[in-house]
Design a protein around this ligand. Structure first.
Ligand SMILES: [Zn+2]
Length: 72
């Protein structure tokens, strides 16, 4: 049985090294790319971590959602 996960990639540099770096005073997560320091605030989602292999990372890159193109 496999488990489905989504990976957040940086919208600026496509890096997978995205993490929550801090929280705003009103409880929103500040998501940061460790590769290029791109930052953005999200309010109703959070992130988890799991160790996955290179094949799964590549599969996530190959199915990366793009504007105007539906992904599920
Ligand atoms: Zn980046």
């Amino acid at each position: 049985m496999s488990n489905f996960v989504s990976i957040i990639f940086c919208g600026n540099c496509k890096s997978r090294y995205v993490e929550i770096s801090d929280w705003t005073s009103d409880g929103k997560a500040i998501v940061k790319c460790r590769s290029c320091n791109n930052r953005e605030v999200i309010s109703n989602f959070t992130l988890g971590r799991a160790k996955i292999g290179s094949a799964e990372i590549q599969n996530a890159r190959d199915t990366m959602a793009k504007r105007g193109k539906y992904e599920k």
